[in-house]
Design a binder for this molecule. Structure first.
Ligand SMILES: Cc1cc2nc3c(=O)[nH]c(=O)nc-3n(C[C@H](O)[C@H](O)[C@H](O)COP(=O)(O)OP(=O)(O)OC[C@H]3O[C@@H](n4cnc5c(N)ncnc54)[C@H](O)[C@@H]3O)c2cc1C
Length: 377
């Protein structure tokens, strides 16, 4: 059987490409995934207690892109949700990212008021300041505050998450969790923040319901059944695996999740509590805050960062370090050489941490830039 397209991976990257090719180009797509489900890492499912959980860690959708929002809204209604997180610091739960409320909670009132005025004078209000930048500030009071935040909120979390010192990581990683000079205690400030009302998997099911799309789960690209043919391919799996690791393995960080069920209506005051210091886990998420599900009992996700062991656990986070960039460049050259027939896209194929909206935006753009020109051949 011959398909116009083979698409490897039914996460956001593969599913958006499949939907666009099927509905806009009216071409046939064979979409495969080696897992037993669609939706990639955004997959959600009911646990044995009936609680909707995210199997690969808590996923909160947020975006400023009207285009991405409108695109996904074709396949789902939304449940508005503003994510908030607390961190256990000095025996207290304080808002994270660290903000003016966190400052007032930890400092005596007069000292907090003075520091707050200094921060606003220096950086302005509602500004996110990377911690490494704040640490370099010449004012000893600001530096002292930055040092406290660095030591108690960032350093331990980062060591656990990456098994590296913060300064060994690309600054873009540290910039993801800045100090927020603001009263706004929301985790994200994006214009649109919500979860699909019926869950991520239901949204993907609608996206992939087009008759031009044939879906095969439990199907690995490296072991396809005989008799299948295709004209072009979209590949969203690990780029180094595609080229049989000929330039070496790209490093990843992994996670181990525990999903304890608690026989209580609610376990913690908000969706996410961070444990930056002594515990072995980094954060505990409570799904019911996010999904709004009304059910007795609640299920948590407890995250333990792990080294990635190929074949044993999931490659979650690309490790943004100069050594990885050197290897990645070699694979990028291989990818460029195949650009006439194969499109590489997604967090594993691009070896890049994307939020969900970023990967949707990228797929929509790649469809426009690469699929349409191919079809003119
Ligand atoms: C713990 C965690 C929490 C996150 N939380 C958020 C959040 O709150 N908000 C947010 O915006 N983003 C979040 N993200 C990011 C989000 O998960 C990604 O942006 C998104 O899943 C990327 O989609 P993708 O299609 O590129 O990759 P994936 O979802 O990984 O999909 C790739 C698919 O390809 C399949 N595949 C790979 N190789 C093969 C092969 N050889 N044959 C067949 N199939 C193959 C895989 O099985 C997988 O299903 C989070 C990520 C993690 C790790």
């Amino acid at each position: 059987m011959t398909f116009d397209w083979l698409i490897v991976g039914a996460g956001y990257a593969g599913s958006v490409m499949a939907e666009r090719i099927a509905s806009v180009r009216n071409q046939s797509v064979l979409l495969i995934d080696r897992r037993d489900h669609i939706a990639g890492n955004a997959f959600d499912t009911l646990d044995p207690h009936g609680v909707l959980i995210h199997r690969y860690g808590p996923h909160v959708f947020h975006t400023n892109s009207v285009r991405v929002w409108d695109y996904l809204s074709q396949f789902t209604e939304w449940r508005p949700y503003q994510h908030r997180a607390l961190g256990l610091v000095d025996g207290q739960l304080i808002p994270v990212p660290f903000n003016l409320q966190s400052l007032r909670q930890l400092w005596p009132p007069d000292a907090a008021a003075a520091l707050q005025a200094r921060l606003i004078a220096e950086y302005g209000m509602d500004v996110k300041v990377p911690i490494l930048r704040m640490l370099e500030h010449p004012d000893p009071e600001i530096q002292h505050l930055a040092r406290f935040i660095y030591d108690n909120v960032f350093a331990g979390y980062t060591r656990k998450q990456w098994d590296l010192e913060p300064r060994q990581l690309d600054p873009s990683v540290m910039a993801r969790v800045p100090v927020h000079v603001s009263e706004d205690d929301r985790y994200f400030q994006d214009r649109f923040q919500a979860l699909p009302r019926d869950g991520y998997t239901a949204m993907f099911q609608r996206m992939l319901s087009h008759p031009n799309i044939q879906l095969r789960l439990n199907t690995d690209y490296r072991a396809l059944p005989p008799g299948l043919e295709w004209r072009r391919m979209v590949y969203t799996g690990p780029v180094d695996e595609f080229f049989e690791h000929r330039h070496g393995r790209l490093p990843y960080r992994s996670l181990r999740f525990e999903f304890p069920h608690v026989p209580a209506a609610q376990h913690q005051p908000c969706g996410q509590v961070n444990y930056p210091n002594t515990e072995l886990f980094t954060r505990v998420s409570e799904f019911k805050h996010m999904t709004g599900q009304e059910i007795a009992g609640t299920t948590l996700a407890v995250e333990y960062p792990q080294p990635h062991e190929p074949g044993c656990n999931e490659p979650y986070y690309p490790v943004p370090r100069p050594e990885s960039a050197v290897i990645h460049e070699k694979y990028q050259a291989e990818v460029a050489a195949l650009s006439g027939t194969t499109i590489f896209i997604g967090r594993l194929a691009d070896y890049r941490y994307y939020n969900m909206d970023q990967v949707v935006a990228r797929a929509l753009k790649v469809f426009e830039d690469s699929v349409e020109p191919l079809d003119r051949d």
